[in-house]
Design a protein around this ligand. Structure first.
Ligand code: SAM
Length: 230
């Protein structure tokens, strides 16, 4: 992967960035995504935000290497602190982290989302946390993608402002993904079912403490939800 050729995962994120958006890529690491967006003529101006010094340096180096210093500003900052109101950011991308961390980053600085019209989020795990954050904070999921790359399954969620009430099944599986129910989706949830059944079989044999009973209830609940869709 490089600034000209992204991974399938990041290319899917890039596909949802609107033409001429002012984009902030939070947790940018190598800054491949903002560099790619400028090279493709999708955006002219971008911010690459990074909280850790090593990845921040590598983002600075990449932007310099691609000669995009006039287009991309790399900022060492925690989450949305990379974004100032005068930047006029209209789209935010956050990719390659867990869903709960992405939700925490968004929730910490709601005021910094004021100018933002679209969020493109790619959680590696627990997309549930993002869907829950969205419906609690006035964002609607307008599109979702699920893809497999190097034997790993990734979800991409696209949010715009709006009210949306999701059922527990939709929070877990994704309203668009469960409607489409493509092959990757079916593989993902068949794998989860297998894993949950395995855990249930092992914890049924041990002492039934309150915690174990609670865990069994949780897993049986999730199994029922997912089986109802498959
Ligand atoms: N977004 C890139 C991608 O999808 O390939 C990099 C993903 S990398 C696994 C996650 C990056 O997010 C790391 O470089 C990490 O330092 C950064 N990160 C984690 N928490 C952050 C935060 N609160 N603010 C900014 N960056 C953060």
């Amino acid at each position: 992967m490089n600034a000209q050729k992204l991974s399938k995962r990041l290319e899917t994120v890039a596909d949802f960035v609107p033409q001429n958006a002012v984009v902030a890529d939070i947790g940018s690491d190598h800054a491949y995504l903002p560099c790619y967006l400028v090279h493709q003529g999708i955006v002219e101006k971008a911010i690459a935000g990074e909280v850790v010094n090593g990845p921040y340096q590598s983002a600075c180096n990449e932007v310099k290497h691609e000669q995009l210093q006039n287009n991309i500003e790399v900022r060492l900052a925690d989450g949305m602190e990379a974004v100032e109101p005068e930047d006029g950011v209209t789209a935010v991308t956050i990719a390659g982290m867990g869903g709960p961390l992405i939700a925490t980053i968004l929730n910490k600085d709601l005021a910094r989302l004021q100018t933002v019209q679209r969020l493109i989020l790619q959680p590696n795990i627990h997309a549930y946390a993002i869907r829950l954050w969205a419906q609690t904070n006035g964002w609607a999921i307008i599109a979702e993608e699920i893809l497999c790359e190097d034997e790993k399954i990734y979800e991409v969620l696209v949010l715009e402002r709006g009210q949306q009430k999701l059922s527990e099944t939709e929070l877990l599986l994704g309203p668009h993904l469960m409607a489409e129910k493509n092959e990757v989706f079916v593989n993902k949830w068949q794998g989860e079912i297998k894993q949950w059944e395995h855990i249930l079989a092992s914890i049924e044999k041990i002492e039934q403490t309150d915690a174990i009973i609670e865990k069994r209830k949780e897993l049986n609940g999730k199994l029922a939800l997912v089986r109802s869709v498959m």
